[in-house]
Write a protein that binds this ligand. Structure first.
Ligand code: C5P
Length: 320
């Protein structure tokens, strides 16, 4: 991340998410599916810096920068502009994104940057708007954006934008398999899920979260959490990206206590009991699993947080 001291600027750190449970209900008339999901942030971060500028712009650097749009369709830029419109701000901002969350990976990287841009610009323009007040704006940008304003572990309903926190104590240790090839398009994975369901001819009930997962999270019983992981998009993601079956199999045979495709994929998340087991599994996967980037992360972590704020006069202040 650039540490250059601008005349005024705010840097926000934001994590990616996985879904511990993703129950997909019927397709709604607005093109979205009714969901019951359990969101969970993990410690893989993007940083978004907002500085005042004469015109709007966004630049992207970092490990996973490739393929991120830098034009008007960049979601962080849309977020900053929508905040300015909503609160009558006449300044523009230059956004700089340092990307580390996989792109098109099912970890809500674009939504994370949008949430970070809202928080960064809110601080830059000193709007005194709370996270809760930002939620409607966030929801219009994407179904996962409200969750990334808050982070932690939370139940999402509606299309994912209605949130209720989950009481979870302690940490979960994850090993992530990240595709080094192309990502998956979220609408295409939902469409494949619909197609597979139609072919199977089964009715699609209204979605509900399972009691098992919530109970397991309350006690942080890793093997019970692992057994309760569920993703209704997994079959569709595997159908579009068959190597995911081999990835899931490799991690499970190497001793993971849970294995799940993250959101619409293709990132795969493996749950283990300890940091030492995470190291063992990541070494085993790198040696014997299908080719991919192997990362380790713990969750839950906080959502979008200001980590650096540079005022016009005086030195930068660091928080977090
Ligand atoms: O809200 P977001 O922009 O992340 O959604 C991307 C796409 O994923 C939607 O256009 C839709 O095709 C699909 N989606 C869905 N049901 C949801 C969330 C997303 O069908 N609850």
């Amino acid at each position: 991340m650039s540490q250059a001291v601008e005349s005024r600027g705010v840097t926000v750190r934001v994590p990616g998410k996985i879904n511990l449970e993703l129950v997909v209900g019927p397709l709604r008339e607005d093109g979205f599916h009714e969901l019951a999901t359990v969101f969970h942030t993990v410690g893989i971060y993007d940083h978004v810096t907002a500085t005042p500028a004469a015109t709007w712009s966004v630049q992207v650097s970092g490990q996973t920068a490739e393929g991120v749009p830098t034009g008007a369709d960049n979601l962080a830029l849309k977020a900053a502009k929508s905040l300015a419109r909503r609160y009558g701000v006449e300044e523009a901002a230059a956004l700089s994104i340092d990307k580390n969350i996989p792109v098109a990976g099912g970890m809500a990287g674009g939504s994370a940057d949008a949430a970070a841009a809202l928080v960064a610009c809110e601080a830059l323009w000193e709007l005194q708007v709370s996270r809760d007040e930002l939620e409607p704006l966030a929801a219009r940008l994407g179904s996962d954006v409200p969750f990334l304003l808050h982070g932690g572990t939370a139940i999402g309903s509606g299309r994912g934008e209605r949130l209720a926190p989950v009481l979870a104590r302690g940490e979960l240790h994850w090993v992530l398999w990240v595709s080094t090839g192309s990502g998956l398009s979220t609408p295409e994975v939902y469409a494949e899920c619909d197609r597979l369901r139609e072919a199977a001819g089964e009715p699609v009930p209204d979605p509900a979260p399972s009691g098992e997962l919530i109970a397991a999270l309350r006690t942080m019983d890793t093997s019970a959490v692992g057994a309760a992981l569920r993703n209704d998009l997994q079959e569709a993601a595997c159908s579009l990206y068959p190597v995911l079956e081999d990835v899931l199999e490799a991690g499970t045979s190497l001793g993971a206590q849970g294995a799940i495709v993250s959101g619409s994929g293709p990132t795969v998340a493996f749950l283990v009991g300890t940091q030492a087991q995470a190291i063992d599994l990541s070494v085993g996967l790198a040696a014997r699993g299908p080719a991919g980037d192997i990362r380790r992360a713990t969750g839950p972590v906080a959502g979008a947080q200001v980590v650096q704020s540079v005022a016009p006069a005086g030195p930068p202040t660091f928080t977090g």
